[in-house]
Design a protein around this ligand. Structure first.
Ligand code: B1M
Length: 212
């Protein structure tokens, strides 16, 4: 089958078409992870670039996001990890002021699918809520997401709140999102920056000493 059509359906915001094509791709033996990373994310990148060039608008982004979510809802249950395995607990959320959740949910799904327990706090999460969730769940990892240059700075406030709560040594802090990089992560005192969902899982296991 021609999976370019799936990318096109995401770009066009055609949820039913995208979900049908995702189903067909699974039935033809393509791994859910490959469908997401090679075709769905590509569609979001294309619509994002068009938005940046003034050739697409917020309603287009919303429709593409809805189509992407429909596909992720279908594919996520197919990526569950081996039962009984728990590599650790991850608290994850998109920081205050930021409503983007597709990438963050993808990271959460990959963590779940790889055998982590995930507490997903959603979007627009303030520092106190992150701290409370880490304490209440005795989390091993705090994972922060931001997609806006105007909200990424709030990650520093979250890390400060974690330090002030006296729990900084109990939890590894991972950050991610399109406008971030390693230098920024170092500057705000995070333990690590990862560029995508796959890398996040690999690095998380290393951070907790669960893989070489
Ligand atoms: Co927004 N938006 N948006 N948007 N939006 C961007 C981010 C933008 C780059 C578009 C552009 O101008 N080209 C731009 C930001 C510019 C900037 O900050 N410099 C932008 C803007 C400006 C805005 C608004 C201000 C627009 C407006 O209202 N005028 C507004 C802000 C709202 C707010 O948050 N307060 C806004 C709104 C929206 C929608 C609501 C319409 C919608 C979001 C819907 C939703 O998420 N439910 C939306 C969308 C869809 C986008 C784009 C097109 C796509 C984002 C996405 O889902 N990508 C985006 C352009 C782009 O990124 N190309 C854009 C796919 C996703 C899989 O990738 O999220 O990067 P990503 O996640 C990756 C990695 O970053 C990483 O792994 C993920 C998967 O591999 N990662 C992590 C992410 N979090 C991680 C955490 C980790 C590790 C890795 O922890 C360990």
């Amino acid at each position: 089958m021609d999976l370019q059509e799936l990318t096109d359906a995401i770009v066009a915001g055609n949820m039913n078409g995208a979900v049908t094509l995702s189903k067909q791709a699974v039935e033809s033996g393509i791994e859910p992870k490959t469908i997401i990373s090679d075709y769905l994310i590509k569609g979001m990148e294309i619509i994002g670039a068009r938005f940046g060039e003034g050739k697409a608008f917020v309603p287009n982004l919303l429709m593409s996001a809805r189509a992407m979510k429909g596909c992720l809802d279908l594919l996520k249950p197919m990526m569950q990890g081996e039962s009984g395995i728990s590599y650790g607990k991850v608290v994850i959320g998109t920081v205050k002021g930021d409503l983007h959740d597709i990438g963050k949910n993808l990271v959460a799904s990959m963590f779940e699918g790889s055998g982590f327990e995930v507490i997903n706090l959603g979007i627009n999460v303030d520092a106190d809520k992150f701290v409370k969730a880490v304490i209440d769940n005795d989390a091993d990892i705090l994972s922060l997401s931001a997609l806006l240059t105007t909200t990424m700075g709030y990650m520093k406030d979250v890390i400060k709140a974690v330090e002030e709560a006296g729990i900084r040594n109990n939890v590894k802090i991972m950050v991610g999102g399109a406008p971030l990089n390693e230098a920024f992560a170092r500057e705000i005192g995070a333990d690590v920056y990862t560029a995508d969902a796959n890398e996040a899982v690999i690095v998380a296991k290393k951070l907790l000493g669960k893989s070489s």
